[in-house]
Structures are given as structure tokens and as C-alpha cells.
Design a binder for this molecule. Structure first.
Ligand code: SAM
Length: 309
């Protein structure tokens, strides 16, 4: 399959990672996806080496093909990114010069109806990025009404969480909900006029919430940041691109804590000598209008970067 994924905030990402600063350095793309950012980094810095992780085998196969011209400068591993340290230790790599995480789903996952991520295409209600136990259909049909309400509220910030959870519980008692189309039309019916005030499709928040729960997307993020900080060499860089406010909040808060240092229990002051990183982005970097026009998927992207002290 010929899948295209236009890398988001590419120049900005390379600017912060600055691979040329560290000839021969090891860079980790924790979400290598279809290899867009990775390819540009390897081309830009001819001595850099790259370790790419992804939980999605299909993505890794495509990345392997795309990155083949770089030969043994590239190594790809099938893993969730909160196993980063384990992978680095197994490979015995030594310190890392930079880590990139471009969160969320790839075009490959969104565009293939069978993967069940998109409410724009009818397909099985799956949503697994790979390495996940339950499908979205398992959650929708087997979770309690209260649990569904919590998922929609916490991970989708959906104002109609309770009504939608109740409607699902009622509908599945008659027929299990197994396709994206079934779920989408149910949400459309419930939200109806009420969703006209939102600028997004009525199903967006529920689909986002299920995806986050299926793939436990938020759980691994703090772990990834902490492991990265332990593995980065001095002046090593961390760049994270997130696509919704829940992810961005986690990144922002953890980066802030690590850049302030520990609080002294006696004086209550932060001890600046314990600072681990310096943030390189006071505010998140957003794509320019031209990038959004050219690549609409980039519209919600926010990039934050930091440098290991
Ligand atoms: C937005 S895409 C990355 C696209 C890539 N930067 C490119 O330019 O082609 C995100 C990728 O991260 C992967 N992913 C998401 N969460 C992950 C996790 N916890 N561990 C490993 N991979 C993950 C997804 O499977 C997907 O392939």
C-alpha cells in the first residue's frame, strides 16, 4: 500500500533536534510511523543514526521500506514508547542525542477503514494502533454505562457524555455496536441540534475518547518523558508534537516540573541545581497558516521542545 503521511512541523522539529550539532549522534523517533520525520532527519544529518519505535507493525513495514536507503544508520523496533529505556538497554546504545514523539494516529491508520479510527469511513469498530488488548467495540459493548460516561468525559471532554453513554447502553441491548457507522449515526441522533454550536463533527469527541482508552495513549506519555530525560546526553533534545489538549497538558506540566527543579522541603524554594531540562518553547509552536492549508491534519498540532541540562 502506498501511504502518504506529510510530516507535521518538520522544519521546526529539525530545528529543535538540531541533528547537525551532534555528528554520529543517536536520535530516537519514538513514533516513527511512516518515517516522514525520520527520513528528513537522516537526509539532513548524514552521520546521524536513528532508532525508530512504533506500536504498529504495518507502519513499521512501510517505514522500513522508506528508510532502506539509509542502510545500517537505521534500526526499527516494534514497541510502545514507554518501553524506550528497555529497548535502549537491550541494544546497548549509550546516551541519546535527541528524541522525537509525534503523537496520535498516522494517515495510514486514519485512512484505512478496517482499522476503525475514522467516523468518515464505515469499518469495524477497532481503533487498535497495534499492541492493545481490547478493541473499541469491546469497550462500547462491554463497559458499564458509567465507565463509558467517564471515558467520553475525561478523554473526549464531551459535554453530552452521559446521554451518549445511556443511548449506547440502550442500543447495544438490542444489537451489539460493531461498526464505526453504527456508532456515528447513534451519536448524530443523540447530539442532533445540540452539536451545531460545535465547529467539529458531533462524533469527534467520542471517537477521540475511545481511541485514547483503547491505546492507553495518555498513560505512556509521562513515562516516555521521564525515560527520555534519563537517557539524553547533556544538550540532548526532546521534541513532542501533540494533537489534543489532554496530551499537551501532560507534556506542558511535566516539562515545567523538570525545568523548575525539586522543591526544598525546608525553605519551600525550588532548588535550581536540580533542574534537569531547559524548555526551548515558552509557548507551544503551532503550524503556520500555509502548512495548515497544505496539510489540514496539522491544524491542531502543538510542538514543545526541551534541552537536557
Ligand atoms: C502521527 S504518526 C507519526 C508519523 C511520523 N512522524 C511520520 O512523519 O511519518 C504517530 C505514530 O505513533 C504511533 N504510536 C502512537 N502511540 C504510540 C506508543 N505509545 N508507542 C509507540 N508508537 C505509538 C502510531 O502507531 C503512529 O504510527
Amino acid at each position: 500500500m502506498d501511504a502518504h503521511h506529510v510530516p507535521v512541523l518538520l522544519e521546526e522539529t529539525l530545528g529543535f533536534l538540531a541533528p547537525g550539532r551532534r555528528p554520529g549522534g543517536l536520535f530516537v523517533d519514538a513514533t516513527v510511523g511512516l518515517g516522514g520525520h525520520a527520513e528528513a532527519l537522516l537526509a539532513r544529518a548524514p552521520e546521524a543514526r536513528l532508532l525508530g519505535l512504533d506500536r504498529d507493525l504495518q507502519a513499521l513495514e512501510l517505514a522500513a521500506r522508506r528508510l532502506a536507503p539509509f542502510g545500517d544508520r537505521v534500526r526499527l523496533e516494534h514497541a510502545v514508547f514507554d518501553r524506550l529505556e528497555e529497548v535502549l538497554e537491550r541494544l546497548g546504545t549509550g546516551p541519546v542525542a535527541g528524541v522525537l514523539a509525534d503523537l496520535g494516529v498516522s494517515s495510514l491508520q486514519l485512512d484505512v477503514a478496517e482499522r476503525g479510527f475514522s467516523f468518515r469511513r464505515d469499518g469495524p469498530l477497532d481503533m487498535r494502533m497495534g499492541i492493545a488488548d481490547l478493541t473499541a467495540a469491546d469497550l462500547v459493548n462491554e463497559s458499564s454505562e458509567e465507565e463509558l460516561e467517564r471515558i467520553f468525559r475525561d478523554y473526549g471532554e464531551e459535554r453530552h457524555a452521559r446521554r451518549i453513554a445511556r443511548a449506547i447502553a440502550r442500543a447495544r441491548a438490542e444489537t451489539p455496536i460493531t461498526t464505526t457507522g453504527q456508532l456515528k449515526s447513534l451519536i448524530d441522533r443523540i447530539k442532533g441540534w445540540a452539536s451545531r454550536e460545535e465547529k467539529i463533527d458531533p462524533a469527534t469527541r467520542v471517537f477521540q475518547a475511545l481511541r485514547i482508552e483503547v491505546n492507553q495513549e495518555l498513560a505512556g506519555l509521562t513515562a516516555l518523558i521521564d525515560q527520555t530525560i534519563r537517557q539524553l546526553e547533556p544538550d540532548g533534545r526532546l521534541v513532542i508534537i501533540s494533537y489534543h489538549s489532554l496530551e499537551d497538558r501532560i507534556v506542558k506540566n511535566r516539562m515545567r516540573e523538570l525545568s523548575q527543579g525539586e522543591v526544598d522541603q525546608i525553605t519551600g524554594r525550588t532548588r535550581s541545581e536540580t533542574r534537569l531540562i531547559e524548555t526551548l518553547t515558552r509557548k507551544p509552536v503551532r503550524p503556520a497558516d500555509e502548512e495548515i492549508a497544505f496539510n489540514p491534519r496539522s491544524r491542531s498540532a502543538k510542538l514543545r521542545a526541551a534541552r537536557r541540562i
